[in-house]
Ligand binder design. Structure first.
Ligand code: ZN
Ligand code: ZN
Length: 194
């Protein structure tokens, strides 16, 4: 079974139409590979290094970085993971490239097994190309949902500024159907009431 640990809990503060502060949740998965899902904002670099040190890990020990989608509060700091392969969906084709040499390789992300007990699924709607990560753990299935479910209170309704509302709701249902726990893109992990 894989282990999941939230390294940094994402925040999202807005006032009226102004975004005051946005930074994504940054999650560590330990399986046969060490995986980071989302890499936060500019100011999170040192925080990531400090949080990894508590698990006796360095950025160089990370094998895979998954970016759920390409909004800037989820995608900074990838440069510190010098040995990682980066999984990101940025167009109709998926791509997987090594951060150090930018070798691009096509990959399909729906039900893609990326490590033991860890797979990716496609969850578009918030953004045209959005990946969530499904992890089998001792306490059940944990889905790291990025902004497919950005906050617990986003469940059942549609936050502003979605790329496609119907796809957003469809992806939300897809996640709720399989998840025992959800780690949203911003805010606390929560249990899914079945
Ligand atoms: Zn987003
Ligand atoms: Zn976000």
């Amino acid at each position: 079974m894989a282990e999941v640990k939230v390294l940094i809990e994402g925040v999202h503060e807005e006032k009226g139409n102004k975004k005051l502060k946005a930074s994504s949740t940054i999650t560590l998965i330990k399986s046969d590979k060490n995986i980071i899902v989302d890499t936060g904002s500019f100011s999170d670099g040192q925080k990531i290094i400090d949080a990894l040190a508590k698990d006796y890990l360095k950025p160089e020990d990370i094998d895979i970085v998954v970016l759920t989608h390409l909004h800037i509060d989820h995608t900074r700091n990838t440069n510190i993971f010098s040995n990682a392969v980066l999984y990101v969906k940025h167009s109709n084709s998926g791509a997987k490239w090594n951060i150090s040499d930018t070798t691009v390789e096509a990959a399909e992300f729906d039900n893609l097994q990326i490590a033991k007990d860890v797979k990716t699924i496609l969850t578009p709607g918030h953004f045209p190309f959005h990946i969530s990560v499904v992890v089998n753990t001792q306490k059940g299935v944990v889905v790291i949902a990025g902004d497919a479910i950005s906050k617990k209170d986003a469940l059942g309704n549609i936050p502003r500024f979605q790329w496609n509302n119907e796809e957003y709701l469809r992806s939300q249902k897809k996640i709720l159907d399989i998840a025992d726990y959800i780690i949203p893109g911003h805010g606390k992990m929560f249990k899914v009431e079945k």
